[in-house]
Design a binder for this molecule. Structure first.
Ligand SMILES: Cc1ncc(C[n+]2csc(CCOP(=O)(O)OP(=O)(O)O)c2C)c(N)n1
Ligand SMILES: [Mg+2]
Length: 804
């Protein structure tokens, strides 16, 4: 009896044969999808295609080792794996290609991501968690090469946390004793990215159950391995990471991507090592091919030699598997040919069904619009023009929503000034259409659950009669203490966050009290600190990733922008990653430590909250609010606030700062001054001095830049004072302009202005080192004073004569 390479003969040869044939069917189905998928793009039915052809066989082996509760963090070549774990059907494959906006048709993203970006659902429709240990999980892919790596680290680390941290044993929806493996995939060329190296190093340090597969086809689009990888061999140059008897590290395995039995053995071994020992494994899968070239955007004949193309034809993994099946007497050539013919038909049928399902709703919408356009034409003086639009729309066999809506909107222009029930009907239909259809493209940027973070009510700090004045950092520290004891699933990590309790001692003593896993030092590697957070948040933990200074957030901004803030959006609300990012910034001195690049952040990070507490009590309140809900957030503490005295509240852990609510810190009647963070203190100081000159300024702290002033309180102030100055230490046109836009345009503040609304920001260069560098770069008390005075001078030159 021939043995099954996986189970060493524990099952019968017939069972084994069936398994192999079943695998072969998946490989052939996947390949057929790739072939037909490409055609769908070339004939114009889909916009872009990037497929998994040439990478099928290793993914069959991987899928066998992948268990319930495990996680994938991969890239666009993994369609065969998704099919093999039962998470991607033929219809779903094509629905994704067409951008079908129904999450049931395209469970990966409801048409938001291009095909080849895979995900499973972690959340129920009501936003609650599913049991992630009874299903196979894939975190949602992103397109930037190696962008899947930082998150992979966190997915793997979560198992380590679940296995070793006390108090979270009851979280059985997320982990069973940390037995879950996080599986990564990456193309050979993408290992050139820094994110790959940073992740590989960090996973070796952390010793987490991560199995990393490199699909090596020697190319990255047209660029050969000789321009990508030293020695053209990633496992060769990673050899120093190999563990040995004395040192921890990786298990590194090399395998041919077309060798089915060998692959099965390798993936089982890798699974076991990672799962049982929590040791990372790297599998270098060599000799893979790309039969159709990189994507539908080009052809590989342009850059591969004749010899390479010939080699690829001979070493096509599906072909090699086929040969092996025949030579091992598992099936005959005829049986396989029959199977292949069958599958071709199945894929064609599936594709057709997916297309019909995709166009059906649009066709119905087209019919509605055509009917209403016809009615409008009959009732309008411009009958001929409207009829022409109607006929053009009616003639479209496979209408897109853009064309349906554009036709309806254009037709309205021909009925301008007319008053008919037909016109009203069309207007109503257009408005209704927007209401129904727009969310398909825009919903789930933030949580849409009823209990979202914006609904959490403020809990003011309360004080004992003899409350002490303490350094701000003490309030933060004691609040973190309350958080750690109240929420066992919370953990914090960052550079110097552990042993010394962060560079400003806001975590002093916390590691001693809560252990090295929950309060941890991390290497200097911002992108993977962020990735740790994303991955662990995806698995039900509540990580707080600490980025030492706001300036260094640029190192992980790409991951925040591409991965973190799009998690909910790109999965159409089926995954969430409620990571809190803690950092400190504003108002220190020097080009590299004084940043307040808020404009950049608010523009690149739509999808998370950006909170700018002016003191540590406010910051503590934000952490407490965030932990009651499930939105990702960035909290920027004021760097110069840790040693400033604040009164010690007696409700730490309970006090809450509301999100999206501004606070008026000084009432006034002459002008509204809006600011945030450290600059607010300068504005308050200037307001005091202005008072002495007879100018009564109202001062507003925005507190929360994203979301900003949900109650539209700022315009209420402007309605009273009729004058507005927004002050911050970002560059001109940065966050101050964003705030101005909100007040003047969004909140309708322009109606109340008696003076030109203005901003006062820093210079458009970075602030040089030293007190004077700061003074000549960022708004000072004198700058604020003089700017306000100038505005008042314009209003009333006799009361406020020219100052300078
Ligand atoms: C950051 C970034 N740079 C460039 C690209 C464009 N791009 C997409 S795939 C690719 C090549 C990747 O090659 P490899 O990692 O070997 O994967 P393969 O497609 O060969 O499987 C490039 C350059 C991208 N998506 N992201
Ligand atoms: Mg490649």
């Amino acid at each position: 009896m021939q043995t099954d390479p996986k189970t060493n003969g524990e099952i019968s040869f017939n069972d084994f044969k069936e398994t192999v044939i079943n695998d072969y069917k998946i490989a052939v189905t996947s390949r057929e999808c790739s072939l037909l998928g490409r055609r769908e793009v070339l004939t114009g039915k889909a916009k872009f295609g990037i497929f998994g052809d040439g990478k099928e066989v290793p993914q069959l082996a991987w899928a066998k080792a992948f268990q319930n509760g495990d996680w994938r963090s991969g890239y666009y070549r993994d369609q065969t794996f998704m099919m093999a774990i039962g998470k991607l059907t033929i219809e779903q494959f094509f629905a994704g290609l067409y951008a079908h906006t129904d999450i049931k048709a395209d469970p990966m993203s409801a048409g938001r991501q291009m095909g080849g970006h895979f995900a499973t659902h972690s959340l129920n429709e009501d936003g609650s968690w599913k049991n992630l240990t009874t299903q196979k999980n894939s975190s949602a892919d992103i397109s930037p090469t190696a962008g899947q790596m930082p998150r992979l680290l966190g997915l793997a680390q979560a198992s380590k946390i679940f296995r070793n941290v006390k108090g979270i044993e009851n979280k059985t929806n997320f982990s069973i004793n940390g037995n879950e493996v996080a599986w990564g995939t990456i193309g050979n060329a993408s290992t050139s990215e820094g994110l790959f190296w940073e992740t590989i190093n960090a996973a070796g340090v952390l010793q987490v159950p991560m199995v990393m597969s490199v699909w090596d086809d020697e190319y990255g689009i047209s660029v050969h391995a000789k321009y990508q990888t030293t020695k053209e061999n990633i496992s060769e140059i990673l050899k120093g990471f190999q563990r040995n008897e004395d040192e921890k590290g990786y298990e590194i395995i090399r395998v041919k991507g077309w060798d089915y039995p060998e692959l099965i053995e390798v993936y089982n071994r890798a699974s076991q090592i990672a799962r049982e020992e929590h040791v990372p494994v790297l599998i270098h899968v060599q000799q893979l091919t790309q039969p159709q070239g990189h994507s539908t955007s080009g052809s590989h004949e342009r850059y591969k030699s004749k010899e390479r193309l010939e080699w690829e034809a001979n070493y096509d993994c599906n072909l090699k598997m086929r040969d092996w099946i025949i030579s091992s007497d598992i099936a005959t050539e005829e049986t396989l040919a029959e199977i292949e013919k069958d599958i071709k038909k199945k894929v064609r049928d599936g594709k057709k069904a997916a297309w019909e399902a995709f166009v059906a709703p649009q066709k119905k919408e087209q019919e509605e619009a055509v009917l209403l356009l016809g009615n409008l034409a009959e009732s309008s003086a411009n009958k001929n023009f409207i009829e022409k639009i109607k006929n053009e729309l009616a003639s479209e066999k496979e209408p897109l929503r853009r064309n349906i809506l554009a036709s309806a909107r254009k037709a309205l222009r021909y009925a301008i000034g007319e008053d008919s029930s037909e016109k009203k009907q069309l207007q109503d239909w257009i408005n209704n259409y927007f209401e129904i259809i727009q969310p398909k493209y825009s919903a789930h940027l933030y949580s849409e659950a009823k209990e979202n973070a914006k609904t959490i009510k403020e809990v003011l700090p309360s004080y004992a009669n003899d409350a002490e004045e303490v350094d701000g950092r003490v309030i933060l520290r004691d609040n973190f203490d309350a958080i750690f004891s109240k929420h066992p699933e919370v953990l914090i990590f960052g550079e110097d966050s552990g042993e010394i309790g962060d560079v400003n001692q806001g975590l002093e003593g916390m590691q001693e009290k809560y252990g090295k896993l929950r309060v941890a030092d991390a290497g200097i590697r911002e992108a993977t600190i962020l990735g740790q957070g994303i991955g662990m948040a995806l698995r039900g933990l509540r990580p707080i990733a600490e980025i030492q200074y706001l300036d260094y957030i640029l190192y992980c901004l790409q991951i925040m922008s591409d991965d973190l803030v799009t998690t909910r959006y790109r999965t159409n609300g089926t995954q969430k990653s409620p990571l809190i990012v803690r950092t400190r910034g504003h108002r220190l001195e020097g080009i590299w430590h004084s940043g307040s690049q808020m404009g950049g952040l608010i523009h690149l990070l739509r999808g998370m909250y950006i909170l700018v507490p002016r003191n540590m009590t406010k910051a503590a309140g934000f952490y407490n609010t965030l932990l009651e809900t499930d939105e990702p957030a960035l909290v920027i503490e004021c760097l110069n606030g840790y040693r400033l005295k604040e009164k010690m509240p007696n409700n730490l852990g309970e006090l809450k700062t509301p999100i999206g609510v501004v606070e008026t810190v000084k009432e006034g009647t002459d002008i509204t001054l809006v600011s945030y963070g450290s600059t607010l203190r300068i504005v308050e100081e200037a307001a005091k001095e202005l008072q002495q000159a007879g100018i009564d300024a109202e001062v507003i702290d925005v507190q929360s830049l994203l979301p900003l002033d949900l109650n539209h309180d700022m315009v209420k102030s402007v309605a009273k004072t009729n004058r507005l100055l927004v002050i911050d230490e970002d560059v001109p046109g940065g966050a101050s302009s964003y705030i101005l836009n909100q007040i003047v345009e969004v909140q309708g503040g322009y109606k109340h202005m008696d003076s030109k609304p203005q901003t006062l920001s820093a210079k458009d260069h970075r602030p040089p080192y030293g007190t004077d560098g700061d003074y000549f770069s960022k708004p000072s008390v004198e700058d604020v004073y003089e700017k306000v005075y100038e505005i008042m001078h314009e209003v009333n030159p006799s009361e406020f004569p020219k100052l300078r």
